[in-house]
Design a protein around this ligand. Structure first.
Ligand code: MG
Length: 239
């Protein structure tokens, strides 16, 4: 599973390198697809629940599950969430990052910073003896403390032989509640944060989830291993 997570991370970093204004989200997806296949993996999302592409690519007010499209052109000042997993030797990895394209405004930068910070607040709670609610509470407290909104309709998940396994990993919750964390569990923690409402809408393509008021939103994700000691971020192995 470490190999799958490492390839997932490398594919995500590669996406950040090739991403540029003027490129379509379809073109970016092709780059990601070819990278994963070239390195001996299979794109986890391709065909998952009939998803038609290798990565979810969501721009600006799109939160998650954006379908790569030849007509969706990435522009200067956009933020682009790339969510990608790789399947290697029977296991999946899963990670996401919201990239900036050129210069984005200060408020958007703050949204990205808070969302990424909330991911690490959640990871910090991914410890033996803690419960799922400790993770969600840490994410929620950080996000709401900064004046933003945690999306509750979509959540993180266990990951391993299947892309989506138990337990559910919400980005909200009460400390000390929910499934107890034990060493060996591997979970995807993935804060999804809106700037103006906790509501979301699903577009006519039945996939793309957008911020309820059409404002900016962000998504960051890592696959994390619970151990006897500190959490291990499996999608953060190569530097
Ligand atoms: Mg995930």
């Amino acid at each position: 599973m470490m190999k799958a997570c490492e390839l997932s991370q490398q594919a995500l970093m590669y996406a950040g390198e090739v991403l540029k204004a003027g490129m379509s989200t379809y073109e970016l997806d092709r780059h990601i697809h070819d990278f994963i296949v070239k390195h001996g993996g299979k794109p986890s999302f391709l065909g998952l629940y009939d998803f038609p592409a290798s990565a979810c690519i969501s721009v600006n007010e799109e939160l998650i599950h954006g379908i790569p499209n030849k007509h969706k052109i990435i522009r200067e000042g956009d933020i682009v969430s790339v969510d990608v997993g790789a399947f290697v030797e029977g296991f999946h990895g899963d990670n996401a990052y919201t990239f900036t394209v050129g210069e984005v405004d200060e408020e958007t930068k703050r949204l990205l910073k808070v969302t990424e910070e909330s991911l690490y607040k959640g990871i910090e709670q991914a410890r033996k003896g803690n419960r799922i609610g400790d993770i969600g509470n840490a994410v929620q407290t950080h996000v709401e403390g900064a004046g933003y909104y945690v999306v509750k309709r979509y959540i993180g998940h266990g990951v391993g032989r299947d892309m989506h396994e138990d337990p559910e990993v919400p980005n909200y919750g009460k400390p000390g509640r929910g499934v107890r964390l034990v060493p060996g569990m591997t979970i995807a923690i993935e804060p999804m944060v809106n700037s103006s409402t906790e509501q979301v809408k699903v577009m006519g393509d039945k996939w793309t989830v957008v911020e309820g008021n059409g404002k900016m939103c962000a998504h960051f994700e890592h696959t994390v291993l619970i151990t006897d000691g500190d959490p291990v971020i499996m999608t953060l192995t190569s530097h």
